[in-house]
Ligand binder design. Structure first.
Ligand SMILES: Cc1ncc(COP(=O)(O)O)c(C=O)c1O
Length: 555
């Protein structure tokens, strides 16, 4: 009897100690997005199992079992396009081919422009040039003299048009020339830059870094130092640079053990923040408002038409307010990562646009006035790198090129220009202008029964496809042929600069329509009514399994 009582007592003690832990563990699991993207470790394991295989020439055109006549139309269209590319882009493509074997980044981007099953065949016939000779207004010109409307946005850097940044670099360089590339001592322009950044961010301290990735690293490191907690929370799908802790899934060869990837815009994530004691900070990338819980929409993952995007300003504002409240209550640092969206939505960035204030904000890209930069603005207590009462307990951060005079000069010019009436005018009615442009184009596409539409967060656009297809990624090649420059992610992200006039935009819209018509005409959007995204997904899975276990035939 005594023994039984003791066992009960031990059992009760153990449960009291483990049950809360178990409960928190369950809450953490429930706060994850129910997809591989939400389960980053599993995603890495699954990724390691996916075999490489590719379609032969017959299956390339019929991977959806389209009739022979459609496959012929596709082949004709494809080869016509290939001939145009060969002739029109000859010099650009030749130089690309010459350097590609020596530039690993280029090998990566050219391999991942389309789903891997089609990639080699596409590269053989429709390689995309990696060189440009000049830029002007909203256009780029390649080595063959072809002029394109620039929808690449230079990865988000280009908010005001390329000429704007050329001037920032030129004037900024002139301003700092006497000091030249001296490092360690600041050029006086830094004083102005710091003052403006404090005003813009509403935060009292600033640190300079060399890239957005580094700014994020520093913000997270400081949050860990000051809270004494280990974990960073990021939301499913959000990009914060390529540092390991913020890229815990596919792409990082080691697991990020001190990162929680939670479901965006979900009360269960708030519950985790409200209960766990190991969370130092939460990272928010406001770009996710366009596609919460989805990764960057590259065309290499466009295996069917499942890409979804839609921006709901009210809902996202409410979510940020909830996040703000729980972070305040729990002493968690709320970090807005505005490296991409800063200065694009509003002069005061996402903080101003959503009327929610962060504890730290990271900036980069456009803020460098065309040169590379990363910046952290933060609360004084979070930015401090040492403790008055523990002199050896410091939070280290340096960087040879931090506050480089030429970068500071270009940034100075950028920040000065933000104060001019011409730049301020660009923000008036910004959303109305871009929402109307998107809806006008969407109406034109719908009127012609073309199976695509655009979702936008101001000037950042995503192409969504409205009927199941395996070939949506082909559209990027038709768009290029119409004179539209896209980044390597293809139709997933079109980035407009704010200096696009109405006439420029109409020209782009006309070209998008022309490309979509050609795509339709060439049979890529053939549908027999039975083709669905689910059916495509199941089929691709079957193919992978067959190739994994060596039972594949012909495709
Ligand atoms: C939100 C966000 N954070 C961080 C980064 C990383 O910046 P960088 O490429 O300058 O290192 C990026 C880059 O795209 C970004 O979009």
């Amino acid at each position: 009897m005594d023994l039984l009582l003791s066992l009960y007592a031990v059992g009760a003690f153990v449960s009291a100690a483990t049950l809360p832990k178990l409960k928190m563990r369950v809450e953490l699991s429930r706060a994850k997005q129910r997809s591989l993207l939400g389960h980053v470790r599993l995603a890495r394991r699954v990724a390691a199992l996916i075999p490489h295989y590719e379609y032969d020439e017959i299956h390339f055109f019929r991977s959806d079992d389209a009739p022979e006549e459609i496959a012929e139309r596709r082949r004709d269209g494809f080869m016509r396009l290939a001939a145009i590319y060969r002739e029109r882009y000859a010099a650009t493509l030749q130089m690309t081919a010459e350097v590609e074997p020596a530039i690993s980044d280029l090998q990566f981007t050219s391999a991942y422009r389309v789903p891997f099953q089609y990639s080699r065949f596409v590269r053989r016939h429709l390689a995309a040039g990696a060189f440009a000779a000049s830029s002007e207004g909203v256009t780029l010109t390649d080595l063959d003299g072809n002029c394109y409307y620039d929808l690449t946005g230079s990865y988000g850097v280009n908010v005001f048009g390329n000429d704007f940044y050329k001037e920032c670099i030129e004037r900024g360089s002139a301003r700092v020339r006497d000091l030249g590339p001296v490092l360690g001592a600041y050029h006086p322009v830094v004083a102005y830059n710091v003052g403006r950044l404090r005003e813009i961010s509403g935060l009292p301290e600033v640190s300079f870094h060399m890239s957005g990735t580094e700014a994020v690293m520093q913000a997270v490191r400081l949050a860990r130092y000051h809270t004494g907690r280990s974990h960073v929370v990021r939301f499913c799908g959000a990009y914060h640079g390529w540092w390991g802790d913020v890229q815990p899934g596919i792409g990082n060869p080691v697991p990020a053990r001190e990162t929680y990837t939670l479901k965006d815009c979900d009360p269960r994530a708030l519950r985790v923040l409200a209960t766990r004691r190991d969370i130092a900070c939460v990272l928010v990338n406001p770009l996710q408002a366009l596609h919460p819980n989805a990764g960057a929409p590259g065309d290499s993952s466009l295996v069917h038409s499942g890409r979804r995007a839609a921006f709901d300003r009210e809902a996202y504002t409410a979510w940020l307010r909830d996040l703000r409240a729980v972070c305040t209550a729990r002493g968690i640092a709320l970090i807005f990562d505005e490296v991409f969206m800063g200065f694009r939505l509003a002069l005061g960035g996402a903080q101003q646009y959503f009327s929610v204030h962060a504890d730290m904000v990271t900036y980069g890209k456009t803020l460098g006035g065309g040169l590379p930069v990363g910046v952290v603005c933060g609360r004084r207590d979070l930015m401090k790198r040492f403790r008055d009462d523990r002199p050896a307990d410091i939070c280290f951060a340096r960087g040879t090129f931090n506050a480089h005079p030429y970068v500071m000069g270009a940034m100075h010019e950028f920040l000065r220009r933000l104060e001019t009436p011409e730049v301020q005018a660009l923000y008036t009615e910004l959303d109305n202008v871009w929402d109307r442009r998107a809806s006008d184009l969407n109406e034109r596409l719908a009127a012609e029964h073309l199976p695509l539409h655009f979702a936008n967060l101001s000037t950042v656009w995503t192409t969504c496809y409205t009927q199941a297809s395996r070939y949506n990624w082909m559209l990027q090649y038709y768009l290029r042929a119409e004179g539209l420059a896209l980044s390597w992610v293809g139709t997933g992200r079109l980035i407009f600069s704010l200096n696009y006039t109405e006439a420029d935009f109409v020209a782009v819209a006309d070209r998008i329509l022309a490309a979509a018509r050609a795509m339709q005409r060439d049979g890529w959007w053939w549908q027999d009514g039975a083709l669905s995204d689910k059916a495509i997904g199941r089929r691709v899975l079957r193919e992978m399994i067959a190739h994994r276990f060596g039972r594949a035939s012909g495709r």
